[in-house]
Design a protein around this ligand. Structure first.
Ligand SMILES: *[C@@H]1O[C@H](CO)[C@@H](O)[C@H](O)[C@H]1NC(C)=O
Ligand SMILES: *[C@@H]1O[C@H](CO)[C@@H](O)[C@H](O)[C@H]1NC(C)=O
Length: 312
């Protein structure tokens, strides 16, 4: 990592050297009547502009990289402090849980160190190994209401919670992860009779921070849950302190009490409030919501899981 930072810092220096070389090469002593000289000067000016432009962009990128590094370190120290039960795997950190399963076919469900491309450090991630031989990278889980999901943009960006119980892995991580392959998203919701329902989607992708972590999916592949997510495809992420939804007048995250890819406002929000026993009252459906067409209007699920594996 130290090497990478040094290289990044060296780039602007290299451009400064190039810049000064170009300035020196500029022929200031010739008369402006010389046509070829005019052309040459225009050319130089254009190059100078390009270099300055590039320098600015590099500076911006460097700031972002630094910010990301800080976020990663904070995440490692603050959020995923439960590192007692991490499963070891020989060799470099896998890109996702699917790779864990591919390298170790007998690997069991649990926490592994995972490092997607573009991510600075490996992070402890919960992997679910299913009976079909797939390894799913779990990025959201609710199970007992122990974690507060009514949080700000920063928390949703870097992730929060405990990978061994309730957590959100973080939008930054989700972005890096979903850039790697074409991922299938599996949503799993469990009601208060312990009936489990699933919904699968292809082409799940989370855009960069610059585009406010916009989420897209290609297609609802089926399952025995309703499709409550296609409505949200193409939406940016919204939190109580960052309103990116299409609703006029209200911030959906404020009234639904959790960060999500709200539109105007929702068919689903698995990051809502945890209501014991499912049904609840109130003005807004701010529970753990996955709309069933014929279900009770305000129903909050007992447990949820959102996880990814590459399409193959
Ligand atoms: C994380 O959750 C597990 C399981 O509930 C628990 O044993 C552990 O103490 C938790 N760790 C932290 C840091 O809260
Ligand atoms: C829904 O499908 C899943 C996966 O096939 C299955 O495990 C679950 O039991 C089904 N749920 C119900 C309520 O039938």
């Amino acid at each position: 990592m130290r090497l990478r930072m040094n290289r990044t810092q060296l780039l602007p220096v290299a451009f400064l050297v190039l810049l000064s070389a170009i300035c020196k090469a500029r022929p200031a002593d010739r008369t402006p009547h010389d046509l070829s000289n005019t052309v040459y000067q225009v050319g130089t000016q254009t190059i100078l502009d390009l270099v300055v432009d590039k320098l600015n962009r590099l500076q911006q990128e460097m700031d972002e990289l630094k910010q990301q590094q800080i976020i990663t370190l904070e995440t490692r120290e603050g959020t995923y402090s439960d590192t007692t039960s991490i499963h070891r795997i020989v060799g470099p950190a896998p890109l996702d849980c699917h790779e864990v399963r591919r390298r170790e076919p007998r690997a069991v469900s649990g926490v592994y160190m995972i490092k997607p491309r573009g991510q600075f450090d490996a992070l402890p991630i919960y992997c679910e190994m299913d009976k079909e031989g797939y390894g799913w990278t779990v990025f959201q889980r609710r199970m007992d209401g122990s974690e507060d999901f009514n949080r700000h943009w920063r928390d949703y960006s870097r992730g929060f919670g405990n990978v061994s119980s309730e957590f959100w892995l973080g939008n930054e991580f989700l972005h890096h992860l979903t850039m790697q392959y074409n991922y299938i998203l599996r949503v799993e919701v469990t009601d208060w009779f312990n009936r489990k329902y699933i919904a699968d989607y292809s082409g799940f992708e989370v855009d960069s921070k610059r585009n406010d972590f916009r989420m897209t999916i290609e297609e609802f592949l089926g399952g025995n849950a309703t499709d409550a997510l296609t409505y949200h495809s193409g939406s940016k992420f919204t939190t109580t302190d960052k309103d990116n939804d299409d609703s006029e007048g209200v911030n959906c995250a404020v009234v639904h009490h959790g960060g999500w890819w709200f539109q105007a406002c929702d068919r689903s929000n698995l990051n809502g409030l945890y209501y014991q026993d499912g049904t609840y009252g109130g003005e807004w459906d701010d529970g753990i919501e996955w709309k069933e067409t014929d279900g009770p209007p305000f129903y909050s699920y007992k447990a949820t899981k959102m996880m990814l594996r590459p399409w193959e």
